[in-house]
Design a protein around this ligand. Structure first.
Ligand code: TTP
Ligand code: MG
Length: 407
């Protein structure tokens, strides 16, 4: 606990769907789902709270969502609109404190320590909610606490339209009765393991002897134990220090076709590369994510001393990881994703760091310019031509790839 800090966690309610509802007010108050047509494969990305009454949840197959609520409105989704809303949301937050850390498109941490000028933390949270509602027609849920983890759990607990403040010193009491799954990072697997140990609430986890959590869950165990005790030293880190950039996509059909996988990988590398260059960053680490048909999910990482930003360099690393990952595996692939991290900013060291051949640099720059003007798929390169059919089948706005949530 740090009584000196005051951190807000702000998360928009039913983000994708709420943006759709703000754009088409006749959707307001109705069960609606973003993710695509229910007769296609794919999962629910976002469900309105009206749809959640029927049991629909993010991550659920669309077909199941349809069975639960056939009258729900199923929307394809339009990523540019979400990005636009996200940027406006972050701009509002930045008015309240320079210490702003976006943690996703629709969520952010804001350190308001010493921001008395704008009022008490509760008043700041209320002002944020008011501006988001008025200017974006969206609803924000806010948690206020002395550390990130408690602020995040508090914003989640109050949803929808929440505003929950946890007074300094009350963190442990606040968490004690909540189910362990309230702690971000504790998924079904850990939840089940803890249950077998007789641990159901955060309070029970908090008092477990350290040796037991360490032996059972390693360093992850120590982290959730600290969180369960309301202890989280992480600072709010503004995006200058952005940690990673990633893109992933789920296939319409599971596939073992190596050429196709490589084509999609190249496309995703190009998306990541474009974003990297837009942020004027270089990356030292590449991470491949694969989900197989049976939902087994793996990540493979590669780091080098050299920091890169060229599409071709990212792809070269990624394709090696893909080959390693597929070696000896028979299972078809359901999802593929690529991320870069360990980012460094362009700066005086550019010449030292940047060993990208000039040819590649010019090529990427030229392609970036055209894509910025005419859209990303205006140019398709090399093996991504294989994906032409996919691009042409998907009409209008579509979510082919989403920034992945490697959390
Ligand atoms: P969340 O904030 O987790 O979900 P949400 O905003 O839809 O609902 P709420 O916060 O009220 O519980 O995620 C933000 C957006 O990220 C969400 O609107 C859609 C996208 N997303 C996916 O694409 N896939 C997912 O599995 C999840 C959880 C979210
Ligand atoms: Mg949200």
């Amino acid at each position: 606990m740090d009584v000196n800090r005051c951190i807000l966690h702000i998360d928009l309610d039913a983000f994708f769907v709420s943006v759709e509802q703000a754009l088409a007010p006749d959707l307001a108050g109705k069960p609606a789902v973003v993710g695509g047509r229910p007769d296609r494969r794919g999962v629910v990305a976002s469900a309105s709270y009206e749809a959640r009454v029927f049991g629909i949840r993010a991550g659920m197959p669309l077909a199941q969502a349809y069975r639960l609520c056939p009258q729900a409105i199923f929307l394809q989704g339009s990523f540019p609109a979400y990005r636009d809303a996200s940027e406006k949301f972050m701009t509002i937050l930045a008015d309240f404190s320079p210490s702003l850390e976006p943690a996703g498109l629709d969520e952010a941490y804001l350190d308001v320590t010493g921001c008395e000028l704008f009022g008490t933390p509760f008043q700041i949270a209320s002002s944020i909610k008011g501006r988001v509602k008025k200017e974006l027609k969206l609803i924000a849920s806010v948690g206020i606490a002395s550390c990130k983890i408690v602020a995040k759990i508090a914003s989640d607990l109050g949803k929808p339209d929440g505003l929950v403040e946890v007074a300094a010193g009350q963190e442990k009491d606040f968490l004690a009765t909540l189910p362990v799954a309230s702690i971000p990072g504790i998924g079904t697997k850990t939840e089940q393991s803890l249950k077998k140990m007789g641990i159901k609430t955060v309070g029970q986890l908090a008092v477990l002897p350290l040796e037991i959590v360490k032996n059972r869950f390693g360093s992850f165990g120590l982290m959730i134990h600290r969180y369960a005790n309301g202890i989280d030293d992480r600072d709010v880190e503004p995006p200058g220090q952005a940690k990673s950039i990633s893109r992933e996509t789920t296939f319409a059909q599971d596939t073992s076709d190596k050429n196709f996988l490589q084509a999609m990988l190249q496309y995703l590398c190009e998306r990541v590369g474009a974003e990297l260059r837009q942020q004027t960053k270089h990356a030292r680490t590449i991470t491949l994510k694969l989900r197989y048909s049976d939902f087994e999910t793996i990540t493979r990482r590669f780091s080098s001393k050299e920091a890169i930003d060229a599409d071709e360099s990212i792809f070269a690393g990624a394709v090696k990881l893909l080959e390693q990952a597929l070696r000896g595996k028979r299972k078809p692939v359901r999802l593929i994703g690529i991320g870069v991290s360990n980012l460094v900013s362009y700066g005086k060291q550019l010449n030292l760091l940047d060993s990208t051949p000039q040819r590649l640099e010019h090529l990427d720059k030229a392609i970036d310019r055209i894509r910025n003007k005419y859209g990303f798929t205006a140019i398709q390169t090399g093996r991504t031509l294989l994906l032409k059919d996919i691009f042409s089948r998907r009409e209008g706005d579509h979510i082919l790839e989403t920034p992945s949530l490697y959390r």
